[in-house]
Design a protein around this ligand. Structure first.
Ligand code: ZN
Length: 68
């Protein structure tokens, strides 16, 4: 996969684009949030998964459909 056109989602808390190595949580609404921002995420839901941004996005097919 080409790093340059890797999917670019923004964190709903800090509104920065994720970098591949950012540590994120995936919640049950399929929202990706920085682990460091999660405490300030007002609509926080139960966490389903965690890892780097890239590994999380690659793991779940629905992200591919969402962004294409
Ligand atoms: Zn953030």
């Amino acid at each position: 996969m080409n790093n340059n056109d890797f999917y670019r989602l923004k964190c709903p808390v800090c509104e920065r684009f994720y970098k591949n190595k950012d540590k994120v949580f995936l919640d049950e609404f399929n929202t990706v949030v920085h682990q460091s921002c999660y405490g300030r995420y007002t609509s926080a839901q139960a966490i389903l998964d965690q890892g780097t941004y890239r590994s999380t996005i690659e793991k779940y097919d629905f992200f591919h459909e969402l962004i294409n």
